[in-house]
Design a protein around this ligand. Structure first.
Ligand code: ZN
Length: 237
């Protein structure tokens, strides 16, 4: 689905863009493609089994999978990072913060294969990202915001596109109506750390939020974060 000019959602089970089994589920996170004149940047990559569906979607929108240069991961969970080992073999540079890099290199329960009854295929990250870092990738300045809690590696990516401030938020906020958290069953889930991340994230003004599952938010996405923060403060202390 096209979100803005040269910005697309190319996978996601809740939308039915990709799926490993019938029925809208959380088995496949949303993946997004930013198309620059120098190539494509992919954010997350789904569970792996659906990668050909993602490529099929991309080709429909004239996005050549061979032109993916980078894949930036929001966290290590299988529904977001399970396909990274396939991309790596195709020469895509995998990028993530250290906590995510360690988890996906081990492929252990931090990648939550147990939730999906699947085995995470380990993969080595090419470049480690650091909180508050601004990286220029293919001419786009991407700001790294490490927001641990849902998992220890959770990371949001911010950039300006078409005069709008965009945030790729992964599972830092939930996906449906108001006040949802990301899933709380991760082995490295931590309420206190999550709440601190939400406090930080709730101060960030953006125009469009591209979450890890479900709906893209075009209107005051910061309000969604404030709702989740409020729920966290009420329920988790
Ligand atoms: Zn997750």
């Amino acid at each position: 689905m096209q979100i803005l000019k040269n910005l697309f959602q190319v996978s996601g089970d809740l939308n039915g863009l990709t799926f490993d089994q019938p029925g809208a589920l959380w088995n496949d996170g949303n993946a997004y493609v930013l198309k620059t004149p120098q190539g494509l940047i992919l954010f997350d990559c789904g569970c792996g089994e659906t990668i050909e569906q993602m490529f099929h979607n991309m080709r429909y929108w004239d996005l050549a999978p061979e032109e993916i240069q980078y894949c930036l991961l929001t966290h290590a969970h299988l529904d977001h990072a399970g396909g990274a080992h396939i991309l790596k073999k195709r020469g895509v540079k995998i990028m993530a913060v250290a906590e995510t890099a360690e988890a996906i290199a081990a492929g252990d329960e931090r990648c939550c294969g147990y939730l999906y009854h699947k085995t995470f295929q380990p993969v080595t990250v090419d470049q480690i990202l650091v909180d508050k870092q601004r990286r220029n990738l293919l001419g786009v300045e991407i700001e790294v915001m490490h927001l641990p809690g849902h998992s220890m590696g959770c990371t949001a990516y911010l950039f300006t596109w078409e005069q709008k401030r965009i945030v790729i938020s992964g599972d830092v906020i939930g996906t449906l109506l108001s006040g949802d958290f990301g899933w709380s069953g991760s082995i490295d889930f931590d309420k206190k750390i999550y709440t601190a991340s939400l406090r930080r994230f709730a101060k960030i003004e953006t125009d469009i939020m591209l979450p890890g599952h479900g709906m893209v938010y075009f209107h005051k996405p910061r309000r969604r974060v404030e709702e989740v923060l409020n729920a966290a403060l009420m329920q988790w202390r």
